[in-house]
Ligand binder design. Sequence first.
Ligand code: SF4
Ligand code: SF4
Length: 156
Amino acid sequence: MAPYFNFEPPRYRTTLDVVLDETFPPVARCRLLSEGVKPYHRLALVEAEITGDKGCLACGNCVDSCPILRREPERLEKTEQRTSMALESIVGDDCEQCYACILGCPQVDTSLKDYVVDTRLPEVIAPSKTMTFLDKYLMAVVAIAIGVLLGLFLRT
Ligand code: SF4
Ligand code: SF4
């Protein structure tokens, strides 16, 4: 099955953008926009068919990756749960829209993560001034240095 949100048809992109625009933990809704457990999973389940299940695995990756909870670990004392629901209740409207929870969730499709990286992360990661400076001028300095060394070498 084709990913729901991957560029075509555009209405799914719009849905994802609405989710990403909101200042609220997005991981649960991104899970639901994904395809769920893939048919090639390796869980040895005899009686349960879990292909396509979009449920939270309670792995805690989203909780661990949230910068707000790393800065303010006392928020974690409000619950022992490590689920997307716990993330929503202890972060809520304070979400900084960094999208780390989406990227860390095993139940969110890779193509959705690609979309987030391609369209959203450049907006939240400020370019390093040092790297921008080096990008602009380092090669010129290196070229001059090589030229000088080459000139010295050829004179001898
Ligand atoms: S990881 Fe980022 S996007 Fe997710 S809830 Fe925390 S601040 Fe919001
Ligand atoms: S990262 Fe883990 S705990 Fe968080 S929503 Fe995804 S499956 Fe659930």
